[in-house]
Design a binder for this molecule. Structure first.
Ligand code: GDP
Ligand code: IMO
Ligand code: MG
Length: 428
């Protein structure tokens, strides 16, 4: 069996958690392959809202295993908090939540460094979630990091101390910031005790054996492709490979074992933090999208920047990921609009283009917008694609035509059931 992939095609928060939860019912394993507690994946099940940061979004389906892969960076404090929430809701995760030995650990001083570095950047700050993601991946590539498997070794505390001391030296270069290291360290060490009790596996052997046994595996992305360290709007990105290629390095899966690649996009576009956003609306329309879409970060609570859907941007991330199916979420947020826009091209210095420029952070981009009629009605209780209002179908089918990928799912609300599955072959 191949590993299917689900990931965000924009700047994150596309609704990955909800879609993974839906698809998970047909899988044996859901595995996170990158990112860490900068992610906030929201699920709404039987009216109750859950936000996951580190735990894969398959945890609410009893029949499957959830793996935190080696490409993920783990803060044991956040993970413990997430696990406590599962306990409170009587969700049985015991024996179903596994950690790859090679996943790296976020130390309190990584968070400290993240804050100090952002502070020092002043106006040029990335808008990081301040969860210690960048400094932890820097220690990974700098070959200094602590890994999940290290908590089982007899000299764990010694390794921890050595890394902490290194961080404290680095921190001397920054103006000091408010951070109670002793208190955070105590909390962290307590969480490590609980973390030690979670089952750990050699992630790469575990996944490949499951593939050989014919198990169905779904790899769950965090962030979005426009935040990818190599291909995103650098430097306003996160510190991992958020694209399909990240599945291979983040789980130990060969490129030949990748199956379906399911790309998710909102029916419009959002971004949290700094950096370029060609279709951003800094007006009443943007404000209305934020209000209707309840666009506030699931991890930090920050207001998300809002704008129209951007086809050059989506074409780019579809190319990078090899997307075979598209999922469009939050289409219901557009219900009240009489007119809806879609950017089909960019105008850069008088030139029409559908390519993202290298210097996207420095050039002025004018999106070329195509106008669509809105449907101005509720989509509640619509479960068949054919029952969607005509203008909604025109909007979706135009997307498909431009992007050359079929739309196989349309999400019409945050709830588990608010989803239209489209049987393309039956329509042809
Ligand atoms: P993720 O990080 O990609 O998992 O997305 P987030 O959870 O950060 O943000 C998506 C938000 O939209 C969450 O609050 C979801 O409950 C909500 N959501 C997901 N799908 C839909 C949808 O189709 N319609 C509406 N109105 N909300 C949705
Ligand atoms: P999910 O998985 C949206 C953004 C931050 C910031 C930049 C770098 O919920 O879609 P970092 O903390 O990684 O150093 O921040 O990336 N960012 C996200 N934006 N959704 C996310 O995750 C994000 N994770 C990081 O806002 O601009
Ligand atoms: Mg999110």
């Amino acid at each position: 069996m191949n590993v299917d992939v689900i990931l965000g095609l924009q700047w994150g928060d596309e609704g990955k958690g909800k879609i993974v939860d839906h698809l998970a019912k047909d899988y044996d394993i859901v595995a996170r392959f990158q990112g860490g507690p900068n992610a906030g994946h929201t699920l709404k099940i039987h009216g109750k809202k859950y936000v996951l940061h580190t735990i894969p979004s398959g945890i609410f389906r009893d029949q499957l295993l959830n793996l935190i892969g080696n490409g993920v960076v783990i803060d044991p404090i956040t993970l413990e908090r997430e696990i406590s929430k599962l306990d409170e809701s009587d969700i049985n995760y015991k024996g179903r939540l596994l950690v790859a030995h090679k996943a790296h650990l976020i130390l309190p001083t990584h968070r400290y460094l993240d804050a100090a570095s952002e502070n020092a950047k002043g106006k040029a700050k990335i808008g990081s979630t301040l969860k210690g993601i960048g400094p932890t991946y820097m220690d990974k590539t700098g070959r200094n990091g602590l890994r999940a498997g290290d908590v089982l070794s007899h000299n764990f505390e010694k390794k921890y101390k050595a890394l902490k001391e290194k961080h404290l030296k680095l921190l001397e270069q920054y103006p000091s910031i408010d951070f109670d290291l002793q208190a955070e360290e105590n909390k962290w060490m307590e969480s490590i005790e609980r973390f030690r009790k979670l089952p750990q596996v050699n992630g790469e052997y575990f996944i490949n054996q499951a593939i050989d046994e014919g198990k169905k595996i779904l790899a769950e992305g965090a962030q979005g492709s426009m935040l990818d360290i190599d291909y995103g709007t650098y430097p306003f990105v996160t510190s991992s490979n958020t694209i399909t290629a990240g599945v291979c390095t983040g789980l130990g899966v060969s490129t030949r074992k990748i199956g379906e690649v399911i790309g998710i996009s909102k029916a419009y576009c959002t971004r949290v933090g700094s950096g370029p956003f060609p279709t951003e609306l800094n007006d009443d329309m943007g404000e209305l999208l934020r209000k209707e879409g309840a666009e506030f970060g699931a991890t930090t609570g920050r207001p998300r920047r809002c704008g129209w859907i951007d086809l050059p941007q989506l074409k780019y991330t579809i190319m990078l990921n090899g997307v075979s199916q598209l999922v469009i979420t939050k289409i219901d947020v557009l219900n009240i609009f009489s007119e809806i826009m879609m950017a089909t091209h960019y105008n850069i210095d008088g030139e029409k283009t559908s390519h993202l420029p290298y210097d996207i952070c420095d050039v002025e981009i004018q999106p070329i917008l195509q106008k669509f009629d809105g449907w101005e009605s509720s989509l509640e209780n619509i479960t068949e694609y054919g029952d969607l209002p005509g203008p909604a179908k025109t909007f979706l089918e135009t997307l498909e035509r431009y992007l050359e990928v079929p739309v196989t799912m349309v999400s019409t609300g945050p709830g588990r059931q608010e989803l239209i599955l489209r049987n393309i072959s039956a329509e042809v």
